[in-house]
Design a protein around this ligand. Structure first.
Ligand code: FAD
Length: 531
């Protein structure tokens, strides 16, 4: 072990970024090299594309993130020209389907909306930035409560948590009040309708600067900062393999997608945070194959709808003048359609699902101009429930050594099924969504269950566990069982059934992993100095 440890981080999303930051802050002699398969989209690495005001530039940044579905940008991303396929549905902007139907595509008929982003900042360049805390049984039972609180607070700091985004919005207040009238009596104290904590910084004009991986990297990307000197971000660099000598990781083999050159980069520690599908795929491709790898896949079944807000009811809580002022403020910031974010959080036993309510002046789909609720003066809410999926071994992504995907990795097949348990909760949450819609106004899009994979919150495929009993991939500090020098990160670590947006929880888990890694690398360095 050298006195100057080198850490290789695979993936530049919020989780890889959290590791990079905390390791460099904790280890004064360390160097971090971060490898990202996709391109850098913005001058400031990892910035949220939602902050890009120019619509053409925003569209381009999103398309550049879409890997195999990146249209004219495909070749510049090192991917052969596309094969057009009939009937394929597209992913959310900025993401690409894993089962995109072309050559080398994954097989995910039972989980068709599975998608990822391939760009500096990962999905964190495209996310909605909702960061509620996990609660009740969503939490991991082998992390003590007082430590957990500390980890969450640190994660919130890294993500620039804002508890009161749009708290002064009169429409937002009206929405919360109407939902409280409907639901308060049946929810535990502190778990009623409230503002949704988000990641970002409110601006003087009332808009938000949304946080991406850039916020998490912080001083690492500030020119002239001492930490920046020890940090290197290589975009369009695909990690092909984690290399080992016996049980000890020695570094990574990386392909530069610009030159097609492959090189070995030695490292004292490798952190894999390359999303919940491609991280286990990389471990598999490297011959690291714990029994639980890829299994226990969960996400959030999602039921969504759009409601036109009722002027008379809203008028009980907000005046016409307040609405005028809000609309004037909105028109000054047309680039970002979201104007208030509210929720009813997960709570047990009576409300084990999470409602997210996004106020917007327009519907996310074109409305027939003749519809009586087209151009509704009070606007609309896009709202939906995220529900839980209980972990089962048989819900899994598996990898085939005999069939390579478009990047030359063992191809993925996803098997996934909702069972009676989930269907019962989906029914109960849908009924609540109807009540919420009726309380706020009139449905212009009825509640509907989205195809599996639509949540983009994929969990469990590298779950952490208290013991190495075959049902987990990593230990309570995110270290892969049985492999020295390998840490994994991301939503894939979450072992529980959850309904909350997962990034905050995954950053908190990463904080715990990073603190342990700092401790270990400091001890190693001290030992090598005295030796
Ligand atoms: P990612 O952000 O997915 O980053 C992984 C990176 O690894 C990618 O850039 C990928 O290109 C790279 N990579 C993969 N393989 C390799 C390799 N072999 N070599 C090098 N690089 C590699 N979460 C919330 O909590 N709240 C929300 O409101 C929310 N809204 C969302 C809305 C959208 C539209 C999307 C797309 C996601 C949303 N999410 C939300 C999910 C959130 O973005 C993810 O939880 C988060 O980005 C996960 O971070 P990560 O660092 O683990 O992975």
């Amino acid at each position: 072990m050298s006195h100057h440890p080198t850490i290789a981080v695979v993936g530049s999303g919020p989780i890889g970024s959290a590791y990079a930051r905390l390791l460099l802050e904790g280890l004064p002699d360390a160097r971090v090299v971060m490898f990202e398969a996709g391109p850098q989209l913005t001058d400031r690495p990892g910035e949220s594309v939602r902050n890009i005001a120019d619509p053409d530039e925003k569209a381009r940044a999103r398309e550049m993130s879409q890997g195999p579905q990146a249209g004219e940008h495909r070749e510049s991303l090192g991917i052969p020209a596309a094969t057009a396929v009939e009937g394929m549905f597209t992913a959310r902007q900025g993401t690409h389907l894993f089962d995109f139907g072309g050559e080398g595509s994954a097989h995910a008929r039972t989980f068709p909306a599975a998608a990822g982003s391939t760009n500096v900042g990962g999905q964190g360049a495209h996310w909605t930035c909702a960061i509620p805390r996990p609660a009740f049984s969503e939490k991991v039972d082998f992390i003590p409560d007082d430590e957990w609180e500390d980890l969450i607070v640190e994660a919130e700091r890294l993500l620039h948590k804002q508890n009161a985004a749009f708290a002064d919005s009169a429409v937002g207040r009206g929405i919360r009040s109407l939902l409280s009238e409907e639901f308060d009596g049946e929810l535990p104290e502190g778990y009623g309708p409230s503002t949704l904590p988000v990641a970002g910084d409110p601006q003087p004009d009332g808009s938000m600067r949304w946080a991406g991986a850039d916020a998490v990297l912080g001083p690492l990307i500030e020119p002239g900062s001492p930490l920046a000197e020890r940090f290197e971000l290589r975009d369009l660099s695909l990690v092909r393999r984690i290399e080992r000598d016996g049980d000890r990781v020695t570094g990574v083999t990386v392909e530069d997608l610009r030159t097609k050159q492959t090189a070995f980069v030695p490292a004292d520690l490798v952190v894999v945070a390359a999303d919940a599908f491609r991280s286990p795929q990389l471990l598999w491709a490297s011959g690291i194959r714990p029994k639980a790898l890829g299994h226990y896949l969960t996400e959030h079944p999602v039921v969504i709808s759009t409601v036109a807000l009722d002027g008379e009811r809203m008028g009980r809580y907000a005046t016409e003048d307040e609405l005028d002022a809000e609309l004037a403020r909105r028109s000054a910031n047309a680039a970002d359609p979201v104007a208030a974010v509210n929720r009813i959080p997960f709570s047990e036993p009576g409300h084990p699902y999470a409602l997210q309510v996004m106020y917007s002046e327009t519907t996310p789909f074109p409305m027939d101009p003749g519809h009586p609720l087209a151009n509704n003066r009070w606007g609309y809410v896009n709202m939906g429930y995220g529900m839980r999926k209980f972990p089962r071994y048989e819900d899994a992504v598996t990898f085939d050594d005999d069939e390579l995907d478009y990047r030359g990795f063992p191809n993925m097949t996803v098997q996934y099924e909702l069972t009676e348990r989930e269907l019962t909760e989906i029914e109960a949450a849908t009924e609540r969504l109807r009540r919420a819609g009726d309380a706020l106004g009139t449905f212009v899009a009825e509640p509907r269950l989205l195809p599996n994979g639509s949540s983009l919150h994929y969990q469990g495929t590298m779950r952490m566990g208290a013991t190495d009993d075959g049902t987990s991939v990593a230990d309570p500090w995110s270290r892969v069982w049985g492999v020295d020098g390998l840490v994994v990160g991301g939503n894939a670590l979450i072992p529980t059934a959850t309904a909350m947006n997962p990034t905050l929880m995954s950053v908190a888990i990463a904080v715990r992993g990073a603190r342990k890694a700092v401790e270990e690398l400091s001890a190693d360095t001290a030992a090598s100095v005295t030796a």
